[in-house]
Design a protein around this ligand. Structure first.
Ligand SMILES: [Zn+2]
Length: 442
């Protein structure tokens, strides 16, 4: 990596200014207030000759959509991202979280990584398409939306439900990959080809209520505690997917593990685990198993009363290829049938196995922009707005191109203190994204 150049050329200057403008708008969610950001983006798009629409499900929670028309020979392509951010604890920051200040070669602010930088990159791509008068066979749709950090229902979810024709696309690109990773001294970029589904549920147990002075066995509290302990200590069955297998193969190769151990199987996973960094171990477990983690316990209000009911709240995540019913069966095998299982929030998993059209375009473009890097598919253990976009049948990949130097703590800055983005890598990413979009859509 070269030292970050000072802001000099007009494109860099413009791109940094737009990012700073976005970061200076406080879109902490809750409450969001994304209309200010949507209006800001709409103003820039409008000045460039676009006809953007700002749409809101509830006042103050605006979403902006714009379209660069292609010839219509191929279905549209969607570039989308969220402008809301998680709250920032200002006292713990070295620069103001809504300052957009430039220091140490970075632009600082809540959202600098997640994900106002990618939204600004997407905006720049739209401006460059218009400026260069590029002829494309697909429309390119830009959508910057609200509410992702708490589920996206009034953001892209609202657009998908209420204005599907504005955002309907064959392929879409957004967050969830694209930042430089260094494994075993080698450089990698991940493309998010899959994400797990969510299955949050409550387990309710019942028992005979009684006075605690005269104990009796098998109370509701005991049953809930047993279920929680069983879930916390029993892994659900191993399952493999095309994405996890490719991720495993590439990372174990980079770490110099023997050929025979690079094929993802339960046995190989067990065999190599001890030799991997702890973070990678936890991640590999998450992308090869459905998980059900007890996160809440509720029972009783009076200390001398044995309550008749108790409840365990469980955050469940299930893999692509698994069904909600199959996941519930796995959970039942662990906790038995004594508790009532009540779903709270269920979303679908997604996977577009590595090797698809958009995936290969990204790999191709990256060959030129990062010739020494290896591209690898990855799965998000959490969920993004792709769960909404996917409902329209759109193939959603995650790749927000961002080059960072070795040791740059991207992972801990996302949702952490002192979030910032290296200017040089951010600008590099605009060129990468522009090449992906023009290549894919022409
Ligand atoms: Zn995000």
């Amino acid at each position: 990596m070269t030292e970050t150049a000072p802001v000099a050329d007009p494109l860099t200057d413009e791109a940094v200014r737009h990012l700073q403008g976005l970061l200076q708008i406080d879109t902490s969610n809750p409450p969001g207030n994304e209309t200010a950001a949507a209006d800001y983006l709409a103003g820039i798009l409008h000045a460039a000759g676009y006809d953007p629409a700002v749409l809101a499900a509830v006042p103050g929670r605006g979403n902006v959509v714009a379209r660069y028309p292609g010839t219509g020979e191929l279905p549209p392509f969607l570039l989308y991202g969220h402008v809301d951010v998680v709250p920032a604890d200002e006292a713990s920051w070295n620069r103001g979280p809504f300052s957009g200040e430039i220091a140490d070669g970075c632009v600082w602010g809540r959202g600098a990584l997640d994900m106002k930088s990618m939204v600004a990159q997407e905006l720049m791509v739209m401006l460059l398409l218009q400026r260069n008068g590029v002829r494309l066979r697909r429309d390119v749709i830009f959508a910057a939306t609200a509410d992702e950090e708490v589920g996206g229902d009034v953001g892209i979810g609202f657009l998908v439900d209420e204005h599907p024709d504005l955002v309907r696309a064959e392929y879409a690109l957004s967050e969830g990959g694209g930042t430089t990773m260094y494994i075993g001294g080698k450089e990698f970029y991940d493309i998010r080809t899959a994400e797990k589904g969510t299955y949050r549920f409550a387990l309710r147990t019942a028992g005979t209520p009684a006075h605690a002075a005269i104990p009796r066995p098998d109370t509701a509290v005991e049953r809930a505690a047993r279920a929680a302990t069983a879930l916390a200590t029993t892994p659900l069955p191993f399952r493999t997917t095309a994405t996890a297998a490719a991720f495993f193969r590439e990372t174990t190769r980079a770490l110099g593990l023997p050929e025979g151990e690079r094929v993802l199987s339960e046995k190989n996973l067990e065999r190599v685990m001890g030799r991997l960094p702890a973070d990678l171990q936890h991640f590999l477990h998450a992308i090869t198993h459905d998980t059900a983690v007890p996160t809440g316990l509720r029972a009783g209000r009076k200390i001398n009363v044995i309550p008749g009911e108790a409840e365990v709240l469980v955050d469940g995540r299930y893999l692509p290829g698994q069904t909600p019913e199959g996941f519930v069966e796995e959970v039942r095998a662990v906790v038995g049938t004594g508790a009532v299982l009540e779903p709270i929030d269920v979303t679908r998993p997604l996977e577009d196995p590595p090797g698809g059209l958009l995936y290969e375009t990204i790999v191709d473009v990256m060959r030129r922009h990062a010739p020494r890097a290896t591209l690898l598919p990855t799965m998000l253990a959490g969920a993004t707005d792709a769960k909404h976009v996917g409902r329209l049948g759109t193939t959603c990949l995650g790749f927000g191109p961002l080059r960072v130097p070795p040791g740059f703590p991207s992972d801990s800055l996302v949702h952490g203190h002192n979030e910032r983005v290296p200017i040089e890598g951010y600008i590099w990413g605009i060129n990468v994204l522009y090449d992906i979009v023009t290549r894919f859509c022409s």
